[in-house]
Design a protein around this ligand. Structure first.
Ligand code: DGL
Length: 271
């Protein structure tokens, strides 16, 4: 048995990335960690996001003897990767908005980035745009409400398509032809978003690219001789409790064992 792949997000969004990784690496073992006590990350102060996230991920990666860490969250990746790489010896892969491929395929040279308010204002995102999309008009749409709607859908609640349409009004009225889903929660609402923006707008996310990166990194990683055995795949969350609806969504992704983490970070947050 190989060591698990640790996938991290603030909530259920990282499951969209995990799904893509699993398509390429179905035999590997996965552990899913999500910081739902502090969600939405897009509204968190940067310093708070970095310290909490680094503590949580480093503690869990060591605890489960992870082979690789995937920060399946754009909002966190644009901030925490250097610190995580400094603290861990295993590879750490992050997800950043698919600006580069979007600029390359846009015929109108007019693209949009739909992401969290945190991601759209990051220096990292601006650099990405300057570097890879300087021949395009790029419109930024920051939205945390969609994150909460994706969470509600994953918790088994009926979500209101009119509400999504209202949130996407600025996208509908722009003339762009490629919309980057720069938050891992948004592929969970792909069909609803596509229905609202129409087939003339191509939706792009980074899930597949991240999966290829993880596969190529693990290909060259030497497994240690003594492996820690984990019987079942586990999902860990940080809030006090999660709904039965969310538990069944996690079970659909193979996570039948779910547990609240008990790292010092979370305990000190009163979670
Ligand atoms: N799923 C996350 C992302 O990719 C963050 C959502 C949030 O907690 O605001 O940005």
């Amino acid at each position: 048995m190989s060591r698990p792949i640790l996938v991290f997000d603030s909530g259920i969004g990282g499951l969209s990335v995990l799904g893509e990784i699993r398509k390429l690496l179905p035999q590997r073992q996965y552990c899913y960690l999500f910081d739902n006590a502090r969600l939405p990350y897009g509204e968190l102060a940067e310093a708070e996001l970095i310290s909490g996230c680094v503590n949580l991920v480093v503690t869990m990666a060591k605890q489960i003897d992870a082979a690789i860490v995937v920060i399946a969250c754009n909002t966190a990746s644009t901030l925490v990767l250097p610190e995580l790489r400094a603290q861990l010896t295993i590879p750490v892969v992050g997800v950043v908005p698919a600006i580069k491929p979007a600029a390359a395929i846009s015929k109108r040279k007019h693209i949009g980035l739909l992401a969290t308010p945190g991601t759209v204002k990051r220096a990292y995102t601006k650099e990405l745009i300057n570097h890879f999309a300087d021949d395009c008009r790029v419109e930024l749409f920051g939205c945390s409400e969609l994150v909460l709607l994706a969470e509600a859908k994953a918790a088994g609640q009926v979500i209101d398509i009119e509400e999504i349409a209202r949130l996407l009004q600025p996208v509908i009225y722009s003339e762009l032809d490629v919309l980057v889903l720069g938050c891992t929660h948004f592929p969970m609402l792909r069909s609803e978003i596509q229905q609202i923006v129409g087939t003339g707008v191509q939706l792009l996310d980074s899930g597949e690219a991240i999966a290829k990166r993880v596969k190529s990194l693990l290909q060259y990683q030497q497994e240690p001789t003594s492996l820690k055995q984990i019987d079942n795949e586990r999902a860990f969350y940080t809030s006090k409790d999660i709904t039965e609806g969310l538990k069944s969504t996690l079970a659909e992704y193979g996570f039948v064992q779910t547990a609240k983490t008990s790292t010092s970070v979370i305990e000190s947050n009163g979670g």
